[in-house]
Design a protein around this ligand. Structure first.
Ligand code: MRU
Length: 363
């Protein structure tokens, strides 16, 4: 996708300088800033602090983090410690563990001395595949949305959090079909929910604006009214982990939107690549939910009227706060899952019997 008309990816390797360049998403939407990761610690910090975020991008960053670690030393102990360090950064998005398992399988049997180069190569492959998968999610999602657009003459969609290109390497998951529809000349408008407390909706607003897609920002609590009023043709969100039965973990607040969409008879779609589906996880109860620091609620970040970054405390530091970062939407509330291999019902049979993932039928 483009930033100020320049084709840009969220992460790019610079192996000659032993580093990786990312977009620092903590500066957005107020400033566009890049950051350079030069070590395993930098990569782990970038994931933990949400300089990079979004399930697919977290996985790709972890893969490059491993390449950074192995560029210094590439013995077994370094490989195992680096994997453990990266795996501990964030618990819910399964793409992180998926990427680390793939890297381990590719690297562990290689002789010392050859692992670093192989790691850079494999991480780049994961990144390229992610971009291509998201592009295909866009095509399959567009096929699903087109009849709605033809019936209505335009599309009013609602999304939550940021599941756009900023959350992946390129194109995005939930936003990929929206970009595909817009690029085909379909009149699209997007309701973007703020997504308290980290306000990832502001990232969605930023990237939609970069692409010229019309959007309207709403407070999270406005979603129910808009859905009930008939202002939304479909809700489309991403996922951090999809269990084998089709239950979906995504950003906190997703479940409420799914409930309101069901009540209003509005389709609720989840877009995600294969790396987000955890066939080893029986159902949503087994998905670990990240609990983040309460200061994300107690203190609001932003810029002042002069544009200088700052923060405002809204409740004393000792106020009790709960800050679960994700929730689980039961499969029964999901109208379809959109993957790079096509669309399927959100159910165990849906994921398996449509032959989308035949290799997992015995998992
Ligand atoms: O906490 P975040 O910002 O990493 O959470 C991101 C989400 O919940 C996204 O919706 C999800 O990862 C899908 S990204 C394509």
């Amino acid at each position: 996708m483009k930033v100020n008309n320049v084709p840009t990816r969220t992460i790019r390797p610079d192996p000659d300088h032993g580093s990786v360049v990312i977009i620092d998403q903590t500066a957005l939407p107020h400033a566009y800033r890049e950051a350079r990761l030069a070590s395993l610690e930098d990569a782990a910090h970038a994931i933990r602090s949400m300089q990079v975020r979004g399930a697919p991008l977290i996985g790709v960053t972890a893969a490059y983090g491993l390449a950074l670690a192995l560029s210094r030393r590439d013995d077994d102990a370094t490989l195992d410690t680096a994997i453990a360090t990266l795996a501990a950064t964030r618990p819910t998005a399964v793409n992180l563990r998926w990427a680390l398992a793939r890297m381990h399988a590719r690297l562990s049997d290689l002789p010392a001395g050859s692992r670093a180069e192989a790691a850079w190569h494999e991480a780049a492959k994961i990144a390229d595949e992610d971009a291509e998968q998201c592009r295909r999610i866009g095509e399959h999602g567009l096929a699903l949305l087109r009849p709605l657009a033809e019936k209505r003459g335009r599309l009013d969609l609602m999304t939550h959090c940021n599941a756009g290109w900023l959350a992946t390497v390129d194109h995005g998951t939930a936003l990929a079909p929206i970009y595909a529809a817009f690029d085909k000349g379909i009149e699209v408008r997007v309701w973007v929910s703020e997504t308290r407390p980290r306000n990832q909706g502001l990232l969605t607003a930023w990237e939609l604006k970069q692409h010229g897609v019309p959007f309207t920002l709403i407070a999270d609590n406005a979603a129910g009214l808009l859905l009930a009023r008939g202002d939304v043709d479909a809700v489309i969100v991403g996922a951090d982990r999809i269990a084998a039965n089709g239950d979906v973990a995504n950003k906190i607040g997703t479940y409420l939107k799914a409930l309101a969409a069901r009540e209003a008879g509005v389709p609720f779609y989840v877009a995600a690549p294969r790396s987000t589906i955890d066939f080893a996880c029986a159902d949503g109860n087994a998905i670990p939910i990240e609990e983040r620091n309460g200061d994300e609620l107690r203190v609001v970040q932003g810029v002042d009227t002069a544009g200088s970054p700052g923060s405002v405390r809204q409740i004393p530091a000792d106020a009790a706060v709960a800050n679960p970062a994700f929730d689980v939407t039961p499969a029964r509330l999901v109208s379809a899952i959109i993957t790079e291999r096509g669309c399927c019902p959100a159910s165990g049979d849906g994921l398996l019997t449509l032959s989308l993932y035949p290799e997992n039928s015995h998992a």
